[in-house]
Design a protein around this ligand. Sequence first.
Ligand code: HAM
Length: 442
Amino acid sequence: MKEKKEQLTTAGYKGTRDFYPEHMRIRNYMFNVMRAVVESYGYEEYDGPMIESLDLYRAKTGDEIVGKQIYDFIDKGGREVAIRPEMTPTLARMVAGKLRELPRPIRWFSFPNLWRYEQPGHGRLREHWQLNVDIFGVDSNSAELEILKLACDILIAFGANKSMFQVKISHRKILDGFFQGMNLDPSKAQEVSKILDKKNKITHDEYLAEIKKTIPNLPDADKSIDAFLSSSLVTLDQIPGISSELIDEIKDFFAKIDKIGLGDIVQFDPSIIRGFDYYTGYIFEIYDSSPKNKRSLYGGGRYDNLIGLFTNDAVSGTGFGLGDVTLQNFLETHDLLPSLGREDIICIPILSEEITAEIFLMADEIRKSGMKCEMFLNPDQKFGKQISLAEKKGFKHILICGPDELTKGIISLKNLELRTQIEIPRSELVPRLLQEFNGKKI
Ligand code: HAM
């Protein structure tokens, strides 16, 4: 009896992603649109390693990621290493490494593949890609203005309108001031801010229980926290602990936001916390207005001291990460993903072995003229079968040329969608194809 062979599963590791060609087309489309906008602002692309020393993240990435979500291991040399859960520490290390040589402001972007041990769900996976855009060496809030404008321009470049998304901003020092006003010591303040950061991910009762457990000696803490979280720019001065200079600075910033035309989409929202320890100034998240996508699309802010982990020079950075999972959910929800088929490729079925070389040359001519062309390679397949394969592969146009057509010097161009066909002399094939498609690369 034949022994049953144990087979491996085709399923990937939980929360990771196989990008089949149809998924790759979407990823490439999204990256291309993002890249065009970011480069139009003068940002330059960089990349770094997938693995870093664990210490790099221990320093400022924050407890939630380092304590629970990081993929870390000991390498063969006994070193503690981690697969990157975010790009900002690598970026800070790279910028610090060449700080003196780099003309400022430094404007860099990257598309890292990141890993976090999260519970996979809508908008959250263990593997995601993230556009990172950061500017270094600008101390004024012009850096935030540019970064926010650029972030909005990306969504607009995908065809979004301003009602489809909301930018929510706060300032790290607002939260610090509020905690000081409550007389919380720094470690308690840190614990409470972590609870506030996950407030929307747990039930209200769980939230209240955690607050009571963390600061039992402040029985009315939840009420002051509620008042703080619902404060607006107008009521901010009623919160003890927040300086009037900071309030003036924030008002000035919002006046600039208005002037550059973003007033209707950017809101002040003190419930924006951001879990990373490195942020020191403005922090922001961008959300889909549709309730279908609750996870933020973008997260970012200003970090003044991250470079200081590596050098005595102080250079502030401001930037954001935009995740591909949430972006794709956004584009699908608002019907903004174009059809990314293979209509632009001319397909040539092969009708006989003996004309293979002629078809190779014809395909070559078509490609050299800037058009795309895929030829079939199995002449034993019936013509009808090749046509249905061409349709299945998403092609819109095929060229029909068997030995007879080649002898007569006539080739037919068939539109598979409309079921129409025209004849083209072989000698005029490329110019006629170019003309047929209005001179566009089809
Ligand atoms: P973050 O908020 O952790 O920030 O991530 C930014 C965005 O990446 C999120 O808003 C979300 O779209 C996406 N994202 C994060 N984790 C996941 C996940 N597990 N699955 C799918 N998407 C995810 C940072 O990482 C900061 N380092 C960004 C930054 C750059 N700040 C300054 N410069």
